[in-house]
Design a protein around this ligand. Structure first.
Ligand code: GLC
Length: 609
């Protein structure tokens, strides 16, 4: 539709949307194969980075890890350590106190349902009794230890699934394994295949044969095979071996094959410490650390709070994702206190609130619809449906609003309250408003459960009121638009807020639900660097029009004496509009700017008068 047509159409449209006919249905994580069902139900697992490097703690001969990424498990490669000398770190290990069962017990207490151990990390050292290579733990301990076996036994005893990390691509120990210096001193494809056939395949066969059922083989090639020395044929050989020996075992996308390229890959692994940003229909997982390094690093100090770790888990589940949180035990097997403490706190939270995580997935509303937190969803065996509202920000007025659900819940209660004592709530077409208790029931994240006796239906595209009790109409939640604009995210260290740059004519619309006849105030925030007033902003809703003439906003100063002058974004009251009845309204905004006199639009703020 041309700009003019859209504009003409929109300008007459003082549209009250009928909710009927806009229903859509929620759906669950549809592209999960049978093998992975336990994995998506589990949602929370433990990653264990432990190996020879744990004895270095990020320091080698008094020198801190030479770092690109400050990962302690990279010290062999980064500090250019000689292969045999590296193993002298094992002298520091306290074999009497090392007990993998303790890691499993911690995982269980933390509410995790699976563990993944670095059976062989990039250093090439096997944590099991490998007959294929003497660069393994059994050949360097007396009596011989087999950490994979000890862990497998503990997992079976405590009912957790066992995952094994295996570095297939990178191996710094084998002369023909990959290390990045081979970019300068190349090896041939034949030599790499020799490593593959004499180490990778037979070691994988050992792991898949001698340790009972393996839940996951977790590979770690973070680039696609096409950019690496590994061939697709080699990767398929490896995957087929897994399918043959352990048909139930999951394989992650860091095998070097994306799910798009090979739908037989069971789940996608995001980047290190990368949380989900979109809801996906196939299984996926974020590998994450409490601070930064994976292997124990004595100089790791930026420990995340328990609250932020729980929020990360919840956010991922709200997008159909898993969260695997790492421990980097020390050379005596002990888990750093900061990690252990947070995991126990997460476990205590899950003991009470786990119902909103396990077996749950994302709901179909826009992922950022509500600024108070995140929603997870599940269907119950009794035919009921649950929405779990995870309140990251407790509303100042104690009214928690859920916008967009047209089905009326049958009950609302604090999930932690086992008596399920109903909270007062009101349901008005698309708006559910729950009166919260005065005090937050949980010190980390409180959860409000909403129960439905039928599948909750939604209307899409509506804005929700923020907990600041107004609507923020901005580039992220536009319903429809016409005309050109360019988008800018945060700039200059976050001092310039996200905005749209408009240089001609631009029209956008948003939809809000007004729950009673009322007068709403409109403010517009923008930056205009022209010298004289130029351009207009026209807002229309409920048959009324507000006109604003754009005037220069000037600059502001970031820090003194640094010539750090930033475009000023300021808010301008442009008037109020009366909305005569309850319902969904469209708000349109037309900006008319001149070339070389751009209007940088930030938001339109709509709140009760
Ligand atoms: C990266 C690192 C590695 C770590 C892993 C965890 O691939 O190379 O050290 O094991 O991420 O996700």
């Amino acid at each position: 539709m041309s700009f003019c047509k859209t504009l003409c159409f929109k300008s007459v449209a003082i549209t009250i949307f009928l909710i009927q006919g806009l229903f859509t249905f929620v759906h669950s994580q549809s592209q999960t194969n049978e093998r992975a069902q336990w994995f998506v139900d589990a949602r929370f697992g433990m990653f264990i980075h432990w190996g020879v490097y744990s004895g270095a703690e990020g320091i080698w001969k008094g020198e801190k890890l030479r770092n690109d990424n400050d990962y302690a498990e990279w010290i062999f490669y980064r500090n250019r350590i000689e292969k045999d000398e590296y193993l002298t770190l094992l002298d520091r290990f306290d074999w009497e106190t090392i007990d993998p069962e303790q890691w499993v017990i911690l995982a269980k207490k933390a509410g995790m349902k699976y563990v993944t151990l670095t059976a062989k990390h990039h250093d090439g050292f096997a944590l099991w009794d490998s007959k294929v290579s003497d660069y393994d733990i059994a050949d360097h301990t007396n009596p011989k230890r087999d950490i994979v076996k000890e862990l497998a036994t503990a997992c079976q005893k405590h009912g957790l699934k066992l995952g094994l990390y295996y570095s297939h691509w990178v191996d710094w120990e084998h002369p023909f394994g990959w290390d990045h210096t081979k970019e300068i001193y190349p090896i041939t494809a034949e030599q790499y295949d020799q490593y593959w056939q004499e180490k990778v395949i037979p070691q994988m066969r050992e792991l898949l044969t001698n340790y009972g059922p393996i839940g996951i083989i977790w590979f770690d090639m973070w680039i696609n095979h096409s950019e690496s020395i590994v061939t697709k044929a080699q990767l398929l050989q490896l995957k087929n071996l897994i399918r043959e020996l352990q048909p139930g075992c999951l394989v992650n996308s860091r095998l070097g094959l994306s799910i798009e390229e090979d739908p037989d890959i069971d789940f996608r692994t995001l980047g290190d410490n990368q949380l989900g940003s979109n809801k996906l229909d196939y299984p996926w997982q974020s590998p994450a650390t409490v601070a930064h390094s994976w292997g124990y690093h004595t100089q790791d100090t930026k420990w995340q709070s328990t609250t932020s770790l729980l929020q990360a888990l919840i956010s991922n589940v709200s997008l159909n994702g898993n969260y695997m949180l790492n421990i980097g035990p020390k050379s005596n097997g002990a888990v750093p206190f900061e990690i252990e403490q947070r995991m126990l706190q997460m476990g205590a939270w899950l003991d009470i609130n786990g119902e909103s995580i396990y077996g749950c997935g994302g709901f179909d509303l826009n992922k950022d619809q509500h600024d108070w937190g995140k929603i997870t969803y599940k269907s119950m065996e009794n035919g009921h449906y649950m929405l779990y509202l995870h309140v990251f920000r407790w509303p100042f007025n104690r009214q928690l609003s859920l916008t967009g659900v047209t089905t009326k819940p049958i009950n609302a209660y604090v999930l932690a309250d086992k008596s399920k004592l109903g909270l007062d709530f009101q349901h008005n077409e698309v708006l559910t408003e729950i009166t919260l208790p005065a005090l937050q029931p949980d010190q980390y994240v409180s959860v409000i459960a909403l129960e439905f006796d039928q599948k909750p239906q939604i209307v899409e595209g509506l804005l929700a009121r923020t907990i600041d009790d107004g609507f923020s109409l901005n580039h992220e939640n536009i319903f429809s638009e016409a005309g050109d604009k360019s988008l800018r995210r945060y700039e200059k260290g976050g001092t310039v807020p996200p905005h749209m740059i408009i240089e001609q004519k631009y029209l956008s619309t948003w939809k809000i639900f007004v729950d009673q006849p009322e007068e709403l105030n409109f403010d517009v925030s923008y930056s205009f660097q022209g010298e004289k007033p130029k351009g207009t902003i026209v807002v229309k809703a409920a048959g009324k029009e507000l006109d604003h003439h754009v005037s220069p906003t000037g600059l502001t100063v970031g820090e003194p004496n640094r010539n750090w002058h930033i475009d000023n974004f300021t808010s301008h009251g442009i008037g109020s509009i009366y909305f005569p009845k309850t319902g969904v309204y469209e708000i349109s905004m037309e900006i008319e700017a001149k070339k070389d006199n751009a209007i940088k639009f930030q938001w339109l703020w709509v709140e009760r008068k």
